[in-house]
Design a protein around this ligand. Structure first.
Ligand code: ADP
Ligand code: ADP
Ligand code: ZN
Ligand code: ZN
Length: 830
């Protein structure tokens, strides 16, 4: 079956794929298209990439294999002609790592070499090794702040927020809670401190000692005794409950912060710390002699903090030999020329891919997934690899249409170098640029999983079943709606954050607003950071969705929003961010539990005759409760099998075979279906099955409305895509009792969505507005922008060249303007 120049897949059955056969050309740009959930990723990542990875891992020792992230063996009969593959998937940077744009692109290494070998040293100073220019190594780190750039300190005010409290009332808020807190209090009692006097009435000396001493006396503790009883016990030399060791509040905070492995604990104590710039390095993190060395008049920290674009234009003249450090010898000039040339060509790739507004020092944890993917892509352009397949996941995500051409150029460059590009993508310009299209569909989930088309783009035109054809060949309706009028305005004034400087902006209430602009122009800063911060502050509402994950704790203080709401704050009573984060972290959460519809289902089962006869309540039908679930797998449906020397694998539970419940529970049926059968139903079939049950039918209808009919009710949260999770959240919002005063914020909701799904996404958004709510989107998809009521275009450029409002108004008025968005928007309007 092998065919020269092709990767030949036979019998692919991963996830929803229906045992498909497909031949895909190598050394070409191949785009995988299809509606969300059709099976594109299952083919490109789940089958092709997974198989390439598996073959590679077979060739290395089991020990090394364990170190890799295990993808599992794809369900496919055979694949021929498959080269090694590299996946550039959309994912957030690992928040805990100290990685920066400079380190992931390895450009920082080149700069260290440049400063070490060709930097400008003060007279008489010795040349430093490259290691001296990194704050991640003791050789280079500022000895005062250990390379952090900031000093963390505690003060009486930060640790004792309310001095009117007594120690017993937890005046020392920084101390641990629960048992440990009691222990410290009891120790103070033994030591003779008055724990029932308010903090401010204690002597200076006592307050200082309790908060700041480095001493750690160990004393007898009489747990549960009053201070008077303790004094008596001490005098009588009674046997103490135990010996306790004192730790001052500062010592506790500092030790927990530097030594604890628990992110939660660190986060808790960091709230009692104040950070100030390091007085020695002034935040530049390096030792003093390294900061003295300059190139082009800048030290390495200053170089790393300016935009990549600025750095490139500075170094270009050194690379071309046009200028050089006057003090340099011919040899040094040559060294500088070679290294800057290498740096410039790497920066070219980054600037071309539209991320020139980033700096080398920018922490990758703060990049959007699309930015990070393009940074990685630019790095690959310099890897000199050939003969590999790059598998990419929507590289256009977050890119303004104006920047798509540069992305295509980068993909072409990798292809010219002798590689294959397999790209999952929805953007029409990318699809049109493909050498080959693999269209998966026709629908999602069990309605998809077939190859509708595999061939050159023009052949797709005759394919009525393909949803993609309709969009590629422009057979869809431009927007003609009448924009709704705002019922008020939310005005923000004097906003300063990231690249926004003193900006004033007004968001219309009761309508759909899209905030547009090139990547890096400041859209997310304005909407996801500033708007969300100011509104939640005015509501006094902790933003659940925007709260960092447990592992997101970043020691560096997050940038702060300056600015205030000057009008309209009272019209917004609730703020909801609908993001693409998972609806749960474990397979125990799923759509049925998240939307709450499973509660109703369980009640129905509890009301059946058999359940009542046996005394089963609703809890019996939960796989999270011991009563009714399968005990072998504890309601998970599968068990983990530990293999010696090999990664553990999951296999279906031998007792319940994936049903998750015990046999007695499964005997109870509702209209002949067990509770496990219900979890296995798709939304479509469940809607039919439960049509007489109003509460359940209502939830299901909202899920149908957002286009999730193909999902199974019990599909684990961990298997859902970001787009699916976002639509489940929207459906859950729709089923809430509505008061019409909520502000919904969505950052690039069309990421991962096929144009057909984008149309569908607008339905629930418009419905939220019809109910009187306000929706603000960060959006690049011009179809959505054209369908909005109001557009705010940020720009004109990225980073320092952006951050201003270049146009605002209805889509029609913005399309008539001169902004960079205008020509792209015009195509979608009539
Ligand atoms: P696409 O990339 O076209 O959006 P996917 O390949 O991600 O689609 O998904 C195809 C189908 O497979 C969907 O019904 C999806 O819910 C299902 N699916 C995806 N990941 C998993 C998984 N890990 N386990 C089981 N089913 C999955
Ligand atoms: P957009 O959403 O339009 O792509 P952003 O609001 O993400 O743009 O970025 C605007 C500017 O602010 C860019 O220069 C970006 O590098 C900078 N920026 C964004 N987030 C952060 C952050 N967490 N820390 C530092 N700079 C940031
Ligand atoms: Zn320092
Ligand atoms: Zn089981």
């Amino acid at each position: 079956m092998s065919r020269a120049g092709f990767v030949c897949v036979r019998g692919a059955r991963e996830h929803n794929l229906k045992s498909v056969d497909v031949d895909i050309p190598r050394d070409a740009l191949v785009v995988f298209t299809g509606v969300s959930g059709s099976g594109k990723s299952s083919l490109a990542f789940g089958t092709l990439y997974a198989e390439a990875q598996r073959r590679y891992l077979e060739s290395v020792s089991p020990y090394v294999r364990r170190l890799f992230h295990q993808l599992g063996v794809p369900d496919v009969d055979r694949i021929d002609g498959l080269p090694p593959a590299i996946a550039l998937q959309q994912q957030r940077g690992t928040p805990t790592t100290r990685s920066s744009v400079g380190s992931v692109t390895t450009i920082s290494n080149l700069f260290r070499m440049l400063y070490s070998r060709a930097g400008h040293y003060r007279k008489g100073r010795p040349m430093l090794y490259a290691e001296s220019f990194t704050y991640n190594l003791p050789e280079g780190a500022c000895p005062v702040c250990h390379g952090q750039g900031r000093i963390y300190e505690v003060t009486e005010e930060s640790m004792v927020p309310d001095p009117s409290l007594t120690i017993r009332e937890r005046a020392v808020a920084a101390w641990p809670t629960a048992w440990q807190g009691q222990n410290l209090r009891d120790i103070l009692v033994t030591l003779g401190y008055d724990v029932d006097r308010s903090w401010k009435n204690l002597s200076d000396k006592d307050r200082q000692w309790i908060l700041f001493t480095e001493d750690q006396p160990t004393v007898p503790v009489y747990a549960g005794l009053t201070p008077a009883e303790t004094r008596r016990a001490l005098r009588a030399k009674m046997e103490p409950s135990y010996q306790g060791t004192f730790t001052s509040a500062r010592r506790y905070v500092m030790e927990t912060f530097t030594k604890s492995h628990s992110a939660m604990m660190k986060k808790r104590v960091s709230a009692f710390m104040l950070s100030t710039e390091c007085p020695s390095c002034h935040g530049e993190r390096l030792r003093a002699d390294a900061l003295e060395v300059t190139f082009a008049g800048l030290n390495i920290a200053q170089m790393g903090n300016q935009s990549l674009k600025a750095t490139r234009s500075q170094l270009m003249r050194y690379a071309s030999g046009e200028i050089f450090e006057p003090s340099h010898t011919a040899e040094k000039i040559e060294t500088a020329r070679t290294i800057t040339k290498d740096i410039v060509s790497r920066l070219d790739a980054l600037v071309d891919l539209g991320v020139g507004y980033l700096s080398l020092e920018r922490n990758t944890a703060t990049l959007s997934p699309g930015e990070l993917q393009r940074v990685r892509l630019a790095t690959q352009l310099h890897s000199n690899l050939f003969g590999v397949i790059y598998v990419l996941d929507e590289p256009s995500a977050g890119l303004h249409p104006a920047d798509t051409q540069t992305l295509l150029r980068a993909l072409d460059a990798l292809k010219r170098a002798g590689n294959s590009l397999f790209v999952v993508e929805h953007e029409i310009d990318v699809i049109e640029h493909a050498d080959w299209i693999v269209d998966v569909g026709p629908g999602a989930g069990s309605n998809g999983g077939e190859i509708l088309y595999s061939g050159e783009p023009h052949g797709l035109v005759d394919l009525p079943a393909s949803q993609t054809a309709r969009y590629v060949f422009g057979r869809f309706q431009p927007s003609t709606h009448d924009p709704r009028s705002p019922k008020g305005w939310l005005r923000l004034k004097g906003i300063t954050r990231n690249n926004l400087h003193g900006l004033d902006v007004a968001f219309p209430l009761g309508v759909l607003t899209s905030v547009t602009g090139v990547s890096g122009s400041g859209k997310s800063t304005l909407v996801s950071q500033v708007l969300v911060d100011l509104v939640s502050e005015s509501l006094g509402q902790a933003m659940e969705a925007s709260e960092p994950d447990e592992e997101d704790v970043d020691v560096a203080p997050a940038s702060k929003t300056e600015g205030r709401i000057v009008e309209g704050a009272r019209s917004v009573k609730r703020l909801v961010r609908v993001d693409q984060r998972p609806i749960g972290r474990t397979p125990r959460s799923n759509m049925a539990t998240y939307t709450g519809l499973f509660d109703h289902v369980r009640k129905l089962f509890a009301e059946t005759e058999m359940a009542r006869a046996r005394g089963y309540d609703a809890g019996r039908f939960s796989f999270n409760v011991a009563k009714g679930r399968c005990e072998t797998c504890q309601g998970e449906g599968f068990v983990m099998v530990e293999l010696l020397f090999l990664p553990s694998v999951y296999s279906p539970c031998p007792t319940c075979h994936g049903a998750r419940f015990n046999a007695e529970t499964l005997e109870v049926t509702f209209h002949d279906k067990s509770i496990a059968d219900v979890l296995n139903m798709t939304v479509v079939s469940a809607a039919e099955f439960f049509q007489a049950e109003l509460a359940i039918a209502r939830s299901l209808n909202f899920l149908l409305e957002v286009g999730l009919g193909y999902l199974r009710l019990g599909q684990p949260a961990t298997e859902l895509s970001g787009g699916e999770a976002q639509r489940i959240k929207l459906a859950t919002e729709l089923q809430r009792p509505q008061r019409g005063d909520t502000l919904y914020v969505l950052d690039e909701p069309t990421t991962g969505l096929h144009p057909a799904d984008v149309e569908r996404l607008l339905v629930p958004l418009n419905r939220l507005i019809d109910l009187g709510n306000t929706v603000v989107l960060v959006e690049q998809d011009m179809y959505v922008v054209a369908s909005s009521d109001w557009v705010i275009d940020i720009g004109p450029g990225a980073g320092d060249e952006g951050g201003k409002i270049v146009a605002q108004g209805t889509p029609w008025s913005v399309a008539d303007g001169a902004g960079r968005t205008a020509p792209y928007l015009r195509r979608f309007l009539r």
